[in-house]
Design a protein around this ligand. Structure first.
Ligand code: HGY
Ligand code: MN
Ligand code: MN
Ligand code: MN
Length: 406
């Protein structure tokens, strides 16, 4: 069995650690997360790593006996979106564990420690924020997020405590810059570029920035049959015009993305005019300047529409992650490793955000993309093949080795 085939088998097994329903739904600090921790711990021990769980719920596998030595960090996230795929995030953890095992089996001795990190929450699906684990390591953890609530009304603090963690310990997780050499993350591309180019791997040049908002339109409900159309203050009419307007505006700006993924209508009955609509708005752009310009444009437009329809509108920013350029040294280590593995080097930007976005605040960060069938992701039919994962394990191991020989 190749390392890639072993990765494929492990990912099939851990995909079962999910809520019921299509695809994988594994949210942070849940029973599904707890089951996944046991499996990932076994992957880490199989790679010869000592395993511990930190206060944010990040599982940490570290090479033993390297006390006080700086560490090269590998890893990705264990969580998924709702009805997501088997590879987003967790494949990076599996590939990292098998790259460490490969180095061990080759008898490679490194002058630094290696850690594999399985972050709890990268997607921001359960709570309206994300990247808790990497932001804690980078000293960017904002304790205010502990009061954010999930759809059941549980706060992040409660969720963590019920998971057996002490969130008060999160600020102490910050790493000193001289304790960390860098961070390398393997991740399924989640787009079509590598498949189109007929390549198995790509080196990421930059990661997009992202802003998320909670937008609430407040109008007036009334009888659907007796209230004339003229003069209605229908919150859903305003929201619908806004969704269409922001989508058209984003389409007109190259590489800018606007998505309304969630919407809730009150009173939500067939024969009453919607009085309140709350929705999530997400903006992404390759540069923070483009994203900021687009945000101003979207905010102007939402006020115009609210005035036209006679409703009030409230906008709260819930999450922000600036765009990040991957570290040239890490890119070079990955590129040389690809060349050493007889793979042509493909360099490409990322339209998805990643744990590496936040890790870049702590240390030099690099990413390795793995070909994604049909560019499909955040869907149950997301797929990466064993052969490509085998390439990724080899290249990641090679990159660690080359950093170790610098
Ligand atoms: O949404 C993203 O870009 C990532 O998959 N969390
Ligand atoms: Mn991901
Ligand atoms: Mn994702
Ligand atoms: Mn191959």
């Amino acid at each position: 069995m190749t390392y890639g085939e072993l990765a494929a088998a492990r990912l099939l097994e851990i995909a079962e650690m999910s809520e019921a329903g299509p695809g994988v739904t594994r949210l942070p600090w849940t029973p599904e997360h707890r089951r996944a921790l046991d499996t990932i711990s076994a992957w880490m021990r199989d790679a010869g790593l000592d395993v511990s769980l930190d206060a944010a719920g990040t599982l940490v596998g570290r090479t033993p006996g390297m006390v006080g030595k700086p560490a090269l960090l590998l890893g990705s996230h264990q969580d998924s979106v709702r009805s997501g795929g088997r590879f987003d995030g967790i494949m990076g953890v599996a590939v990292a564990c098998l790259a460490v095992r490969r180095l061990r089996e080759e008898g490679v001795r490194l002058p630094f420690a290696v850690e594999v990190l399985a972050f709890a929450d990268e997607e921001g699906v359960r709570f309206p924020t994300a990247l808790i684990g990497p932001r804690a390591l980078a000293g960017r953890f904002d304790p205010a997020v502990l009061d954010m609530k999930d759809a059941q009304g549980a706060s992040m603090r409660q969720a963590m405590q019920e998971f057996g963690l002490d969130p008060e310990g999160i600020p102490a997780l910050v790493r000193k810059k001289d304790e960390v050499i860098g961070y390398l993350e393997a991740h399924i591309e989640q787009g079509p570029v590598l498949e189109t180019e007929g390549r198995s791997l790509g080196v990421v040049t930059a990661i997009c920035g992202i802003s998320r908002y909670a937008v609430t339109f407040e109008g007036e409900t009334g009888h659907a049959g007796t209230v004339p159309m003229a003069g209605r203050r229908d919150a859903l009419v305003a929201a619908s015009r806004f969704v269409a307007a922001v989508s058209e505006a984003a389409t007109a700006i190259e590489d800018c993305r606007a998505t309304v993924g969630q919407i809730d209508v009150k009173p939500g009955v067939v024969n009453a005019i919607p009085s309140e609509v709350s929705l999530t708005l997400e903006l992404r752009a390759p540069s923070d300047e483009i994203r900021r310009d687009f945000r101003s444009q979207a905010m102007r437009r939402v006020q115009e529409i609210a005035t036209q329809v006679g409703v009030a509108v409230r906008i709260e920013q819930t999450y922000e992650q600036p765009a990040v350029a991957c570290d040239p040294g890490m890119r070079e280590a990955l590129s040389q490793a690809m060349t050493a593995s007889n793979l042509p080097v493909v360099a490409m930007p990322s339209g998805a955000t990643h744990d590496a976005s936040a890790m870049a605040d702590l240390c030099p960060a690099g990413m390795l993309f793995v070909r994604c069938k049909g560019g499909i992701s955040h869907r149950p039919d997301e797929y990466a093949d064993a052969d490509d994962m085998d390439d990724a394990i080899r290249v990641l191991a090679e990159a660690v080795k080359s950093i170790g020989s610098q």
